[in-house]
Design a binder for this molecule. Structure first.
Ligand code: BTN
Length: 241
């Protein structure tokens, strides 16, 4: 069915008393939201548009860790669906052949002073053909059917993402989050790349030097200055150059 945004719907569910583990899955979204205040195109039958309610633990980096878990789970589910060379671009874009196949938008929802949750919004382009993307996305976005040449039942991908998410989440609870970050880093291709970070008025360029478990990206510019950006900084785009 259609909703405005599964992230907004999940927020309403939390206010109604639903808790961690609940998921909202839509056929289409009328106001799908992307990072940096952009729209996220979410037409019927083309993709997986869903939001998962995850717990937010106090006094730790659970927000960043839940984002790592969600992104890693999407990558693993795509690799299970088809043997693909999937990459993560900081902070949590999923790319195949340099084009974006999936994005994650995590948000904190505070219920009251004591309790808050993380809504992890997952968008995966599944059955789009090239012409079905709006023209401005055709060269930067891709889908599972474009890269494999076949159509996929979306419910299988949903089930796979949720199963893997649960497995990774339980592993993080039992053994800590180091393993998740290590696995995430293995798939992240941002380190060593020349990148341009565009903010509202200014931009800067440099080489991505490292990523910290708390989500910071460390960049070195041509004058050897170190610049740190966090996933929550107001950024318009991060591009490889
Ligand atoms: C990005 O810009 O990379 C993040 C895109 C996140 C899109 C998903 S689709 C399901 C969920 N609901 C939304 O409104 N956005 C996320």
């Amino acid at each position: 069915d259609s909703v405005d945004s599964t992230n907004v719907y999940a927020r309403t569910l939390i206010q109604q008393g639903f808790g961690e583990g609940a998921a909202v899955i839509a056929d289409s979204q009328t106001r799908g939201r992307g990072r940096f205040g952009k729209n996220w195109y979410s037409p019927p039958e083309m993709g997986v548009w869903m939001s998962v309610i995850l717990p937010s633990m106090k006094n730790d980096d659970s927000f960043v860790n839940m984002s790592y878990i969600s992104t890693l789970s999407v990558v693993e589910a795509l690799n299970d669906a088809a043997k693909l060379k999937t990459e993560i671009k900081w902070p949590n874009d999923v790319l195949i052949k340099q084009k974006k196949i999936a994005g994650i938008l995590s948000e904190i929802v505070k219920l009251n002073d004591k309790k808050s949750f993380i809504v992890s919004g997952i968008g995966v382009n599944i059955n789009y053909e090239y012409e079905k993307f709006p023209p401005e996305l055709r060269e930067v976005a891709t889908s599972l059917s474009i890269v494999t040449g076949s159509k996929f039942p979306r419910e299988r991908i949903v089930a796979s993402i949720l199963n893997i998410l649960e497995k990774n989440y339980s592993a993080a609870i039992e053994n800590g989050t180091d393993y998740i970050f290590t696995e995430w880093m293995k798939r992240c291709t941002t380190i060593g790349r020349r990148i341009r970070v565009v903010q509202s008025e200014k931009y800067f360029e440099g080489t991505a030097e490292s990523i910290k478990p708390d989500g910071r990206l460390i960049i070195r510019d041509s004058r050897n200055n170190i610049i740190e950006i966090t996933p929550s900084d107001i950024i318009k785009v991060i591009e490889y150059i």
